[in-house]
Design a protein around this ligand. Sequence first.
Ligand code: PGA
Length: 261
Amino acid sequence: MMARTLNTNLISNKIPYEIYESSKQGAIAVAQMIATLIKEKQRVGENCVLGLATGSTPEPMYAELIRMHKEEGLSFKNVITFNLDEYYPMKPESSQSYHYFMEKQLFAHVDIKEENVHVPDGTIQENDIKEYGASYDKQIADAGGIDIQILGIGNNGHIGFNEPGASRYSGTRLITLDENTREANARNFSHLEEVPYRAITMGIGSILKSKKIMLLAWGDKKADAVQKSILEEATESVPASLLQAHNNCVFIIDTAASRLL
Ligand code: PGA
C-alpha cells in the first residue's frame, strides 16, 4: 500500500510536518523512507545507521519493515541500530525491557546482525553509568553517526526519556522519569509501583547529531505536545521543541495529532 499524505507543511518556520489520514498510513510512509535509505546504502556498500524508539508509536512501522523483509526481500544485513533508551535498573530478558520489546517487534524477524544492535544496558553498575553513556555516544559517532533517528513524543513533550528540563546539550545518561511518564507506561507493568523510577536515555545533544530526524505522533493525546513543539518557541520545558534547532527534522503525524495545528 502506498501511503498518501493529506497535507504537508514543509516550509513551516519551526518544524516541517506531514499529516497522514491514519497512523498506519504514516507508519508505512516512514518504513518506506527507511527502506529506501537501506537500499541506497546497500548499492554503494555502506552501512545504514538507524536510531530506534520503543513505545506503541513505532509498532506499525516495525510491522511494515518486517513485511518488507518477508515479502519483498528487504535485507537488514547492512543496518546498525542504536536504541534511544532503557529502564534502569532493568534486565534485558525481562518482558518489560526495551531489549525484549525490540526483539519482539523487529530484530527477531529480520536478518540484522546481532553485533549491529545496540540498546542501552540497564544492568550497568550505577557508578559506571557516566562512562557508559559517553561510550554509547562514541559508539554512535564511530559507526558514522545516525542516518535516520526515529522518535516518538510523550504527552509532556519528552523525546527518548529526556523529560521536561533536559538540557539541549545532554548526552546519554541516567535520568529520573516524570510521574506522567511512569503513569503513561504503567500499562506494560502489573502495577504503577513496578514501573522503574529511572532510565538511561540518549541525550538531546545525542539526538540532535543525527543526520535526519523523524518524529512520529498518533492520536489526540499527542496534539498538545505536537502543537507546542512545532509552533511555539523552543524551550527545555518541552523537549521536542528543541528539535527546532535541527535542519533536517520532520514530524509525521496523523489527523488526530494535528488537531491544534
Ligand atoms: P508511546 O510513547 O509511543 O507509547 O505513545 C511515546 C513516548 O513516550 O515517547
